[in-house]
Write a protein that binds this ligand. Structure first.
Ligand code: GAL
Length: 661
């Protein structure tokens, strides 16, 4: 099943959110119907947390209340994204299956009272999830209200229990083939960690000091595969009774213990939840970061923003409101990057319960409120963009992302505590976003030939195949920027011997890194061009590359900090420190220039974002989002789909979707 089904069904883009009517009663449902019409809601996610109502006791189902809500929504013109409720097992489940409650690394077993409390490796839990998914699919597989399926919610819970240990051993057996190979891969010859029998092997539970890095990395891989298997079981149970597309919502940017490339291949439609925690321009950049990742995980196909908030979520210790017009700009920031609409968590703010202070489309204050009026305006705007459904976005630049590299950078015992996988990726994306270019994410093993510039900010782990692929990319004419502590280990976390990064990538870069030299916390070093480095430095020598910037102090004085190398038809650049913001922005600008990539819309001031969606028949729509506090003139005025009138200027915080065909 493809997105086309959803697009045809909605006749445009999706607008709506999580709808939890079980919290309310008849008069409120009536009001919901009316207000959903006013807000132009056409898709509601129903049932995400409804397990206790759907199956009040093990094996006894009650669908009557859900029948009534689906019929009501359908009669009101609202299609349903029907969820399986498995992210929140009811209290009876804990009592019947205490062994299916998750265990923390220190051995503490959790219990119900919150949500997401289950062990994906526990057979009782997996069986229960397939049973309820099957029961829902049998009943609603062909229901006219159901436009798509939403399996589970944000698979995230990890577990270290005995079920997990048994499943982990099976997984390790399949991956390594023998205990000997596992010992070799994990380097157990050191610290007397050698395993003499499979039942000695455990998940990485609490222990005295550094945990074995190979064990930690394999556990993350194993857990990702466990999640995918659990998702597939429910998806297939649904597919047996329904032809509607199936998804599960990804949590971005990085707190999900999952290989999102792999998940992207399993779902009919990639869907993401995105909640920027910082306000202002940072929130807009974060929106782009999340949306560009979603589109990339979807393999360039359309995807869906499943959840966002009308306020930010916790920014450390508080919920910060969005400024007027920010809800629209965030919504359009996602749609501009290929989302087939915009949904929120949740439709109506809870009166009681755990997320009582979480924002919603309809706040406690009711319809007579700024937030609901903005939501109505956003619904109106989304409705006007219906003709964009199914169109896509292309990028000439990619940032490389690999979950193996992410997980590798989280093991114990690394040379610096300041290495931050997602922070480093975000920074590369932000510099490109500030430069006004549209960015894809790609895996180091993907075909990169369509990109003029590829940035590899944090591939500490790089497989042999990845290194060979990057070499090929440069040889064939690409421009590649590799940043420090890249390609230092292979996919077993074994150090590359004889110099870093991995061969044959080193050939494309024309360098050999001999010694990593992490910097002290807050240490700043001066480089020959006046920029500064923090976090990290490296002693490296050129092997064909030219040093364009050097270190100026200490034992690295005069040695290369930034190098460039012509290789084949392309260019490989290596940056061996964490450059300061202006220095990094200037480097990215230079590389873009050399790679022949210009901003989406030249001549626009900083803080004005542009992205273009295009249809296969050549139609193009240019989104222009003014995140500035002053008005901006548009260099090339055109008809604005949001107003139906020509636009030549945007007010502070204003947006336009310009027809470019
Ligand atoms: C999401 C979750 C929703 C809601 C929301 C609050 O991660 O899927 O159920 O809790 O966060 O921000």
């Amino acid at each position: 099943m493809t997105t086309r089904h959803l697009i045809d069904r909605l006749g445009g883009l999706a607008f709506g959110g999580d709808y939890n009517p079980e919290q309310w009663d008849e008069p409120v449902w009536k009001e919901d119907d009316e207000l959903m019409r006013r807000a132009r809601v056409n898709l509601a996610t129903v049932g995400v947390f409804s397990w206790a109502l759907l199956e009040p006791e093990e094996g006894r189902y009650d669908f009557s209340w859900l029948d009534a809500h689906l019929d009501r929504l359908h009669a009101n013109g609202v299609a349903v994204d029907l969820a399986t409720p498995t992210a929140s097992p009811p209290p009876w489940f804990t009592l019947a299956h205490p062994d299916a409650m998750p265990v923390a690394p220190d051995g503490a077993r959790l219990t119900h009272g919150s949500r997401d409390t289950y062990c994906l490796a526990a057979p009782a839990y997996r069986d229960a999830t397939v049973r309820i998914a099957t029961a829902l699919a049998e009943r609603y597989g062909g229901h006219p209200a159901v436009a798509m399926w939403h399996v589970h919610n944000e698979y995230a819970t990890l577990c270290w229990c005995d079920h997990t240990a048994a499943a982990f051993r099976d997984w390790l057996h399949a991956r390594h083939g023998s205990l000997e190979a596992l010992n070799e891969a994990w380097g157990t010859a050191f610290w007397s960690q050698r395993y003499a029998a499979w039942d000695q092997v455990l998940p990485p539970r609490s222990t005295q000091w550094h945990r074995n890095p190979g064990q930690a990395l394999d556990f993350r891989r194993f857990w990702s595969d466990t999640v995918l298997a659990a998702y597939r079981e429910q998806r297939d149970a649904i597919r047996a009774h329904s032809d509607r597309p199936v998804t599960t919502n990804m949590m971005l940017p990085g707190y999900q213990n999952l290989d999102l490339w792999a998940l992207g291949r399993e779902v009919d439609l990639v869907s993401i939840d995105h909640y920027p925690s910082a306000p202002g321009l940072d929130a807009a950049a974060d929106t782009a970061f999340g949306a560009d990742r979603a589109r990339s995980f979807a393999g360039g196909r359309p995807w869906l923003l499943m959840e966002q908030g009308t306020s930010t979520v916790y920014d450390r210790d508080r919920i910060l409101g969005k400024e007027p017009s920010e809800i629209l700009r965030h919504t359009l920031g996602h749609i501009a990057r290929g989302s087939e609409g915009a949904l929120f968590f949740q439709w109506r703010q809870s009166r009681a319960g755990a997320e009582q202070w979480h924002s919603a489309m309809l706040p406690h204050a009711g319809a007579d409120s700024r937030i609901f009026r903005e939501v109505q305006a956003v619904g109106e705007a989304v409705a006007r963009l219906g003709e964009l459904a199914g169109s896509t976005v292309t990028a000439q630049v990619a940032v490389l992302h690999d979950s193996d590299a992410w997980w590798a950078l989280e093991v114990d015992g690394l040379p610096s505590a300041d290495l931050d996988y997602h922070g480093t990726l975000r920074r590369a994306h932000r510099a490109l976003w500030d430069a006004g270019v549209t960015v894809d994410f790609a895996h180091p093993g993907h075909d990169l030939s369509r990109y003029r510039l590829v940035v590899a900010p944090a591939l500490f782990l790089l497989s042999d195949a990845g290194a060979a692929n990057l070499l090929r990319y440069v040889a064939d004419g690409g421009t590649l920027l590799v940043q420090y502590f890249n390609g230092f280990v292979d996919d077993r976390l074994h150090a590359r011997l004889g110099g870093y990064p991995a061969m044959p990538l080193r050939e494309a870069l024309g360098i050999r890194v001999e010694e990593p030299r992490p910097l002290r916390r807050d240490e700043r070093i001066v480089l020959s061009d006046g920029t500064h480095g923090t976090v990290w430095s490296e002693s490296l020598r050129t092997e064909g590359a030219e040093a364009s910037v050097t270190y100026t102090h200490g034992m690295l004085a005069g040695k290369p900090a930034l190098t460039r190398h012509r290789f084949g038809a392309g260019r490989g650049c290596y940056l061996s420190t964490h450059l300061d913001d202006p220095g990094y922005a200037a480097l990215i600008a230079r590389l873009l220039d050399e790679a022949g990539v210009g901003p989406e819309s030249p001549g626009l001031r900083p803080g004005v974002e542009t992205v273009t969606r295009q249809a296969p028949d050549g139609r193009r729509w240019q989104f222009v989002l003014n995140h500035r506090a002053d008005a901006v003139r548009l260099p090339e005025p055109a008809l604005d789909l949001l107003t139906g009138r020509p636009a030549d200027e945007l007010p502070p915080g204003g947006c336009a979707v310009l027809l470019r065909y």
